[in-house]
Design a protein around this ligand. Structure first.
Ligand code: PLP
Length: 410
């Protein structure tokens, strides 16, 4: 408003320019690297060959020859594109087979396939919640869960990370409307596991519904790689709805919602993020189905990964590096300051290592960190090489410990 109380049009270009300037000044500019070639744990990035400790291919399946050839054969038979959304004529038998296989693997009655986990989280929230409801979430939940809750118009209430006592207090304070309690199973930037048994008890007690995002847990945790809810001993009654993403340990792309029949049917009938988008290419569904079989059968991948995680943690401890309480393939090293983080990541890059340099808003302000991810595609000597590269940087990494509060991610 100006002095006359009149509304003034905002100059969009000026606003965008000043946001960009702030981003540059705060060392928050995001830059893409162009990958030209990748093979197992190695990538060529902007012309340089690097050992990849940044991706989420935890089981090392993304280049598996069985997946590649399954996709090639399927593309010969059914083409490259699905041709339409699922509800029009884009729902192919390959999609159906993948949904059934994942539902059967996890022991749930039904599944629903999406082109991305992000879309699935928007769909769940928009379909199940409405104004007057409550969506209770961990403060470190993934952005897609937060965005979904915002889209739903329910009241979004976030409890301090993994604090079930606070979550209970907040649920009691917001006793009106339906309650959806949503959490990452494994937290994407910290690597720790949600207290799922306690959260399931809380959801029961409050007549709410627990929704677990298994993006970083599927294939990695639990019996048969069935994820964090299975690892916590939760059955489909106590964890009625799960999100399985296909783009991380399952080495492909997309996501599958698994759950009780009534929930899946309702999401399918009403979620705009399901209805109004083209189905994933059926050949990709065939590749993902192959990944499910490999993830189930090749338990040696999980065993190898566990060995690599233990090797990294003991080596990092010996270097005096501060580790987070994570026994998953996500092994962050808190740095704190954005500028120092970028310098350290660049140093590692120059020495042949690709490591995630994670800054706000993906993590809380002051929570910048190296996000090191391990994969069954790594070998023990790869871990040792990374530790050797980290050794001369240990003092710089430790110079300002990350913000232990973690309070405002997303
Ligand atoms: C916890 C979590 N949920 C959902 C997603 C979104 O999944 P997708 O990459 O399939 O969109 C991600 C992606 O990083 C994630 O980390």
């Amino acid at each position: 408003m100006d002095n006359d109380g009149q509304q003034r049009r905002i100059d969009l270009r000026a606003r965008v320019d000043s946001a960009l300037e702030r981003r540059v000044a705060d060392d928050l500019l995001r830059q893409r690297r162009t990958v030209s070639h990748c093979r197992q744990a190695h990538v060529s990035c902007d012309g340089q060959r690097l050992l990849d400790f940044a991706g989420n291919d935890y089981l090392g399946l993304a280049h598996h020859p069985a997946m590649v050839s399954a996709m090639q054969v399927a593309a010969q038979n059914c083409g490259v594109g699905a041709g339409a959304s699922h509800m029009v004529c884009g729902h192919h038998q390959e999609h159906e087979a993948l949904e059934r296989a994942i539902a059967q693997w996890l022991g749930y009655p039904r599944a629903l396939l999406f082109g991305a986990g992000y879309l699935a989280n928007l769909a769940v929230m928009q379909a199940l919640l409405q104004a007057g409801d409550v969506c209770l979430q961990d403060k470190l939940d993934h952005a897609s869960l937060i965005d979904g809750a915002r889209l739903s118009q329910a009241r979004l209430v976030r409890y301090p990370h993994a604090d079930v006592v606070a979550a209970r207090r907040q649920a009691q304070a917001h006793a009106e409307g339906a309650l959806l309690l949503a959490t990452d199973g494994v937290f994407s930037m910290d690597g720790d596991v949600a207290p799922l048994a306690e959260l399931a008890a809380l959801a029961d007690e409050q007549q709410g519904l627990l929704y677990v995002d298994e993006a970083h847990a599927i294939g990695v945790l639990g019996p048969d790689g069935r994820g964090s809810a299975a690892a916590a001993g939760l059955d489909p009654r106590r964890a009625p709805l799960l999100l399985v993403t296909l783009g991380k340990a399952l080495g492909s792309c997309g996501a599958v919602l698994v759950g009780q029949d009534w929930i899946i049917e309702h999401v399918m009938q009403t979620a705009r993020a399901y209805i109004y988008t083209t189905a994933m290419p059926p050949a990709l569904a065939v590749a993902a189905l192959t990944a499910v079989k490999l993830a189930r059968e090749q338990s040696w991948r999980r065993e190898k990964l566990a060995g690599l995680i233990a090797r990294f943690r003991s080596g990092a401890q010996a270097l005096g590096l501060q580790l987070l309480d994570s026994h998953t393939p996500i092994q962050p090293l808190p740095v704190g300051d954005n500028t120092r983080l970028l310098r350290i990541a660049q140093n590692l890059h120059e020495r042949g290592f690709l490591v995630g340099a994670i800054r706000p808003p993906s993590v809380p302000p002051g929570g910048a960190r190296l996000r090191i991810t391990l994969s069954a595609a790594h070998e023990p000597h790869d871990i040792d090489a990374l530790l050797d590269a980290l050794a001369p940087l240990a003092a710089e990494i430790a110079a300002g410990k990350g913000d232990p509060d973690h309070s405002v991610a997303g």
